[in-house]
Design a protein around this ligand. Structure first.
Ligand SMILES: *Cc1c(COP(=O)(O)O)cnc(C)c1O
Length: 409
């Protein structure tokens, strides 16, 4: 029987989870043994795991989604929700060709060989699925997992934990954790850019999940034994503020099966158009990240040197409390920084005073954004303004910031 039919049958017959996971594992094993694509001259492409991110972003999906558009250089947009009996896919809530291409690239970018990426309709859908899947695994071992978060973090993650209700128990970062418990980290953390010691957290018995939304491509967290990395693809991965998505990437095949099952069951699959936009965006991720992160470093240094702010929070600054951890753990420091103004009035006014930065939430896009973060999260200092650095010229951004700050003095 075709592997995807097994998935469809499993799904329609509502078999128990364990059986479902087994057949899903079979399905993925069979896919993993597919031949790498061949060039026109018959030579085989190089092993995917040996590619640097910039190359993987352009080539890691080669050979996936072979359709009638074989001669196209750009990937086709597969919009169909249903597929011929016996084809590679059955129904697009379960799997779809454009999504699968995108997942192949994301897995290559985050983890290389052995990693699997599962795409979701949003970052929060990925967060919810990861926690629900780890909770289900712990419950099968007779436990309610405790989820430890360290400090403030993204407010939507707190909502996702709340939506799980009694399936998980929320505890503080200092809790004594055991096997089956979860440490949920953000690296760097929203909105204060603290950088947790991920390898240190992985030395404990709990599963460590890292939300790496603030610094895509700048960390190799799966190498540190992290159970799962998530990203809001709405942010830097998408990078153009025009799509909603989320992704969970793991080398734990059983967890990947659970995530894919959860997505199908909860209906949290991303649409094909969003997947296509994301795939297109990933092609340029490396150059965007390189440029945006370099600009963020320059902006942070200029703001700190200006003396116009109470504090500049950016892991690339020697003054940052986690600069040493960040330098060990990251290859660059991300495109997000936060500043603490000297007064609440100045912090409230800054986003509207800037000319090039749009006053809006979100981050990671080609356009620079500024937001008075307290507006969205009342746990945040009223002095803090979060800046997302885009692809504009660094000197223009610095001029804009310094002149706005001088006007607000
Ligand atoms: C935006 C964001 C999310 C949630 O992503 P959505 O795509 O908006 O659901 C999760 N974590 C962090 C750090 C974020 O910035």
């Amino acid at each position: 029987m075709r592997p995807c039919l097994q998935v469809a049958q499993r799904y329609s017959a509502r078999r128990p989870l364990q059986r479902a996971l087994q057949s899903s594992a079979l399905w993925h094993r069979s896919r993993a043994t597919r031949q790498p694509s061949r060039r026109a001259d018959g030579s085989q492409r190089r092993q995917r795991s040996t590619w640097a991110p910039a190359t993987a972003a352009v080539h890691a999906d080669a050979g996936i989604d072979k359709t009638s558009h074989d001669s196209d250089v750009a990937p086709p947009i597969g919009l169909s929700t249903t597929f011929d009996d016996g084809a590679d896919h059955v129904y697009s809530r379960i799997s779809a060709p454009t999504r699968e291409r995108c997942e192949a690239v994301l897995a290559a970018l985050e983890g290389g060989g052995g990693a699997r990426a599962v795409l979701f309709a949003s970052g929060n859908a990925a967060t919810h699925a990861v926690l629900a899947s780890l909770a289900a695994r712990a419950r099968e071992n007779g436990r309610t997992p405790r989820v430890a978060t360290d400090g403030i973090g993204y407010h939507g993650t707190r909502d996702a934990v709340a939506a799980l209700g009694p399936a998980v128990e929320m505890v503080g970062g200092a809790a004594d954790l055991g096997e089956g418990d979860v440490v949920w980290l953000e690296s760097p953390r929203n909105p204060d850019l603290r950088v947790p010691d991920v390898a240190g957290a992985c030395a404990g018995p709990a599963d460590v999940v890292v939300d790496a939304t603030f610094a895509p491509l700048a960390q190799r967290l799966l190498d540190d034994d992290v159970a799962c990395v998530i990203h809001s693809a709405t942010k830097g991965l998408g990078g153009h503020s025009d799509l909603l998505g989320g992704v969970a990437i793991t080398r734990d095949g059983e967890l990947a099966d659970r995530l894919a099952w959860h997505r199908t069951a909860a209906g949290a699959a991303p649409g094909s158009l969003d997947c296509w936009l994301l795939l297109r965006s990933l092609r340029t991720l490396d150059v965007r990240v390189t440029r945006q992160n370099a600009t963020a470093q320059r902006v942070a240094e200029a703001l700190e040197a200006s003396g116009l702010l109470q504090r500049v929070l950016y892991p690339g600054l020697a003054s940052h409390p986690d600069h040493a951890v960040a330098t060990r753990q990251m290859t660059s420091y991300g495109s997000i920084l936060a500043v603490e103004c000297r007064s609440e009035a100045a912090a409230r006014a800054l986003p509207e005073t800037l000319a090039l930065f749009r006053s809006a939430t979100s981050l990671g896009g080609v356009e620079s954004l500024a937001e008075w973060r307290r507006k969205y999260d009342d746990a945040v200092s009223p002095l803090l303004v979060r800046l997302s650095i885009g692809l504009e010229d660094p000197d223009d951004l610095i001029d804009d910031l310094l002149s706005a700050l001088r006007r607000l003095e």
